[in-house]
Write a protein that binds this ligand. Sequence first.
Ligand code: EPS
Length: 389
Amino acid sequence: MLRFLTAGESHGPALVGILDGMPAGLPLLASDIDFELKRRQHGYGRGGRMKIEQDRVEILSGVRHGRTLGSPIALRIANRDWANWQKAMAIEPIEIAEQERKRVTRPRPGHADLAGALKHDADDARDILERASARETTARVAVGAVCKKFLREFDVHVASHTVALGSAGLPAGAEVAWDRILAAEGSPLRCADKATEQSMIEEIDRAMQARDSVGGSFQVVARGVPAGLGSHRHWDLRLNARLAAALCSIQSIKAIAVGDGFEAAGKMGSEFHDEIHYDKETRRFYRTSNHAGGIEGGISNGEEIRVRVYVKPLSTLPKALHSVDLKSKEEFQAQVERTDVSAIAAAGVVGEAMAAFVLAEAFLEKFGGDSIKEITRNFLGYIEQLRNY
Ligand code: EPS
C-alpha cells in the first residue's frame, strides 16, 4: 500500500512529507525533487512569498547511495520565511502583546478561517490558516516527485498545462497534444497557446489593478499508462474517483472533469463515446478520440488520461470582502494577508503530483512487489500478455 502524510505550517520552521510503500531500488536524488519544487514556485501572478523561498528538499530517510530502500521516505523542506515568524509561530507561549500582532480575527470568505475556527474553538484564525495555506502543497509536490520518478521507470509520464484563466482560455473541446504541453513548460503561465497566454497575463494584470484575484483551470495528462489500472469492482477502487478525490483535495480546487467531463452532459452517446479500433501490427486496441479521458468503468483503457481541474479565485483579496470579527461580532472587512493574484501555473504542478501519487498507487496494486526489479518483471509479463491477448 502506497500512502503519504504531510505536516507543517506555512510560517513554521519546515514542511515535511512521509511517503510509505515506495519499493526498493528506485534511483532517487534530492535534485529529482528540487526540480519539481522549483517548477511549483514558478508562474506569473505569484505574490511576495515566492521571492523569499527557494524550496529545497532534505531527504531524511528511505534513500541510501542514490536508491530507495523500501523504507518510509521522509522529506523536509525548510521555510525561509520562518526567520520572520519565529515569535508569531513559536512553540513556547509568548506574551499577549506579541500574540496580538499576528492574530487573525476577521475571517476571509472562501478560506478555511471561519469554518476551521468554529470547528477547533480557535479565537485566532491563524491557528487554522497556517495549516490550510497552499504552502502545504510544497510537501505534496516533493512526495509527487518521487511518484513521478517511479512512474518514469515504466515509461509513464505526467504533465499539465493551463487551460483557462478568468475569461481567457483555450477553445472548448480543444485537445492539446502531448508535445505542445511539454513545449509550454517554463512559459509564464504554462499555457500551450501564446496568444491565449497573453490574454491570461492581461487578466492577471487587470485583477491585480482591481486588487482582486482570479480563478482558472488546468489539465493534467498522463501518458503511457497501461490499460488495467483501477477497478470497476468497487467505488473506492475506480481510478476516476480516486483521481477526483486526490485532485479535489488540493487547496482552492472546486471541481474536476475526467476527459470531456462537464461537456459530456450535453452530448449524444454517438458523439461522445470513443469508438474502438485494433492495430494488427502493434497488436494494440486504440481510439481515434479520447472524450472519456482514458478511463472507462473506473479502469485505465490505455489512452492518455486527461483530467481537467477547476481552481477558484484565491480567497485573500487586497480589496477585502465583508466579514465579521470573531470576538466582537462587529462587521468589518476581512483581514488582508499576503497572497497571490493567481497561482494557476503552480496549481498544475501540484495537480501532477497528486495524479502521480494516485497512478503510482494503482500501478503498485496491479504489479505489486517490494523492489523495482520485481515490479518490472510483473509489468513486462503483463505487457506481453496484452500483446498476446
Ligand atoms: C504559498 C505560500 C503562501 C501564499 C499562498 C501559497 O505564503 P504567504 O501566506 O506567506 O504569502 O502565498 O497561499 C495562499 C494563497 C493561501 O491562501 O493560503 C505557496 O508556497 O504556494
